[in-house]
Design a binder for this molecule. Structure first.
Ligand code: PMP
Ligand code: GLN
Length: 387
């Protein structure tokens, strides 16, 4: 009997793990992996501890604690005026990562094509690979990371089944405009496509820019799977509590996969996130205000140093063009920054399916600003800024 062949080796170790390891090894300021170096509110932790000391230690219902689903339903109604039923339209997952994986498993077959905006988050290709489907890239146009309705049309083939939209967008920080979202919606309706929206940065939108949710647009709610997470909104990336909002016929499929992926997500942490969703509205305003200050600090420093970028409207990332500073290819430049300048970043070519294409032509790295002010200043000083 021959041993099975290696199947997943093309994926190797994620760039986020690699750059965090490199940052630790070289004593560099870690502006690479997107995790805050501060935690969310104490009352959320207290609620999880209380749940753990109480009666929340056995399996939760596979679809998630009823109270958590009710609270998610209320929050969605409040922020977007879209009503989702806690019973058969909302499901709790072990992070948006698991929700994305289950979405790929639930809906796609070998040969199916899914349109995605490049650059894109690193778990999308793995999800496509796991289902035998294929990502078809619409490359956002530099330097402003925009696209046109014609770009969407060019990506369409008879095998296209869906379009995956991440807004606010990792890594560019774009928040797609109402016009861009409407173009996607019209395209999806005209071609009868499923739409998957990754909204994990939904609360991190700055300068009072409106965040357009796909599910609020005419005729879109019933063809959209909305994916989000508590990770960024509550600065608890290690808890891995994510969720989906989708009409019953789509939710049924997602739940079938989730049931056999993890069955249920950590029960006391779900109870903790209930407390998070009971925080006053002021929490979200403060979160945005704090992040906007961190963004401005990093952006001002990077400008002083000669980096060029579109100021992010959302997320906690800046993608910066370093071509006036170095001619190194982005992976080499990132290692050089980490080892020599003691600042770790993410090379942007990893967010494309064909890293050779983009890396050969363009020089971009991603900086994360989900760090306290002192850490951001230390990083900028290491890079040579006068702070
Ligand atoms: N989507 C995007 C765009 C992300 O940046 C992340 C980062 N964590 C995720 C999904 C995964 O979220 P989670 O940590 O909840 O699995
Ligand atoms: N979303 C985070 C980022 O983009 C990292 C997530 C992870 O490490 N898997 O940096």
């Amino acid at each position: 009997m021959p041993m099975p062949k290696a199947k997943w080796s093309r994926f190797g170790t994620s760039i986020f793990s690699l750059m965090t390891q490199a940052a630790n090894k070289h004593g560099a300021v870690n502006l690479a992996q997107g995790f805050p170096n501060f935690d969310g509110p104490e009352e959320i932790k207290e609620a999880a501890i209380k749940a753990m000391k109480g009666d929340y230690n056995q399996y939760a219902p596979s679809v998630g604690l009823p109270r958590l689903r009710e609270l998610l339903s209320s929050r969605m109604l409040k922020t977007s005026a879209v009503k989702y039923s806690a019973d058969d339209e909302i499901t709790v997952f072990s992070g948006a990562t698991e929700a994305l994986f289950c979405t790929f498993q639930a809906f796609f077959n070998p040969g199916d094509e899914i349109i995605v905006f490049a650059p894109f988050f690193d778990c999308y290709p793995a999800g496509a690979f796991s289902s035998g489907s294929k990502l078809v890239e619409v490359q956002l146009r530099t330097p402003d990371w925009t696209f046109t309705a014609e770009d969407l049309q060019r990506a369409l083939t008879p095998r296209t089944k869906a379009i995956l939209v991440n807004t606010p967008h990792n890594p560019t920080g774009r928040v797609f405009t109402k016009k861009e979202m409407t173009d996607i919606a019209d395209f999806a309706k005209a071609n009868d496509l499923l739409v998957i929206t990754d909204e994990v940065y939904e609360e991190l939108v700055y300068d009072s820019i409106p965040f357009t949710r796909m599910s609020t647009l005419d005729g879109m709610r019933d063809r959209t799977v909305v994916i989000s997470s508590s990770a960024k909104t509550f600065s608890l990336t290690g808890w891995k509590i994510g969720y989906t909002f989708a009409p019953p016929h789509l939710t049924k499929e997602l739940r079938a996969v989730h049931q056999f992926t993890v069955f249920c997500s950590a029960t006391p942490l779900q109870a903790g996130i209930c407390a998070a969703l009971e925080l006053p509205e002021a929490y979200y305003g403060q979160l945005r205000a704090d992040y906007q200050k961190r963004r401005d600090l990093l952006c001002n420093g990077l400008t002083e140093l000669g980096f060029k970028f579109r100021k992010p409207e959302g997320t906690y990332f800046v993608v910066a063009d370093y071509s006036v500073i170095s001619n190194l290819q982005d992976q080499m430049f990132s290692l050089w920054l980490t080892e020599t300048k003691k600042v770790a970043v993410i090379p942007t070519s990893v967010f494309f399916e064909n890293p050779e294409d983009i890396a050969a032509r363009q020089r971009y790295v991603r900086f994360a600003f989900c760090k306290d002010t002192e850490t951001l200043k230390a990083g900028l000083r290491n890079l040579g800024a006068n702070l």
